[in-house]
Ligand binder design. Sequence first.
Ligand SMILES: NC(=O)c1ccc[n+]([C@@H]2O[C@H](COP(=O)([O-])OP(=O)(O)OC[C@H]3O[C@@H](n4cnc5c(N)ncnc54)[C@H](OP(=O)(O)O)[C@@H]3O)[C@@H](O)[C@H]2O)c1
Length: 295
Amino acid sequence: MAKIAFLGTGSMGAAMIKNYLKGGHEVTVCNRTIAKAEPLKALGAKVAITPKEAVEDAEVVISCLTNDDASRDSWNGENGALKGNFKPGAFAIEASTASLEWIRELDGLAQAKGMHFLDCPVAGRPDLANAGKLKVFAGGSADDVDAMRPVLDAISAAVIHFGPVGSGITFKLIYNVMGALQVAATAEGLIACEAAGIDLRVAADAFSNGATGSPHVKLHSKNMAEGIINDPIMFTGKNRIKDTRYGIEVIDSLGAQSILGRGTIQVWEQMVEQGMELRNDSELIDALRAAAKTG
Ligand SMILES: NC(=O)c1ccc[n+]([C@@H]2O[C@H](COP(=O)([O-])OP(=O)(O)OC[C@H]3O[C@@H](n4cnc5c(N)ncnc54)[C@H](OP(=O)(O)O)[C@@H]3O)[C@@H](O)[C@H]2O)c1
């Protein structure tokens, strides 16, 4: 069993932490808003006030946070994890969906402190995280990924190793651009059906059972057609925009095309224009309806 420090007790982080505690690992957690970490005490976690305190003696430090700013603060801020007394040769695992640029910088900072670094963004919503069935997209040396397999297996149904540091986040960002455009296409398709007088439940069923029926289309067409609103929020419109922006940066840096990625940002930005960016991604359909009314 490992001594783990976990930074970030949001929807995804808290679910992963519960699985580490269930698996018998010793876990110290830390969250910017400390009150959100407190409920994990009852499950056996220790709660630290700062990332620097949380990593005391840790063998593995994992973070799952909103974006680059949150990750930068938590790892490299004044009281960041990299300033703490983790075990020599400890592993640093970034599970946040962050930019490739920041992941590369963080790898350098962690290595300079003698840590092994892996980028391990995850796929799957909080329900899959709770069930320990995420997919981990790993980047790092084969030896480091193998050394961390028991730790990564505890939260996932599959660990897919893409190559050296940076390759996990590169794949995840490309994957999420494709995901964002499938959800946006679902909202646009249903709105067009609505305009044509087609029953949305019938349309969602036909999209889901036709050649269009990817897991994203199945989930979101049902939510959109039936007006299902996940509470608590599963994944926000704001995070869709964040991931698509980071994804376009990577795709551009590779000299590949992101015509659809750029177009999909314009669709998602209507959630911001309608003041809905902190709502569930499925609620994009309501933002598009509202935008159509306001012209
Ligand atoms: N939700 C999903 O379906 C899903 C799926 C796959 C991957 N992801 C990725 O997983 C990561 C976490 O997502 P989530 O859904 O768990 O989000 P969340 O519930 O909103 O949690 C975000 C976490 O980041 C912290 N945070 C935000 N800004 C910060 C800052 N400036 N400094 C320090 N901490 C900060 C929050 O702390 P506070 O509590 O203080 O706000 C919280 O711990 C994101 O990168 C997301 O893209 C999410």
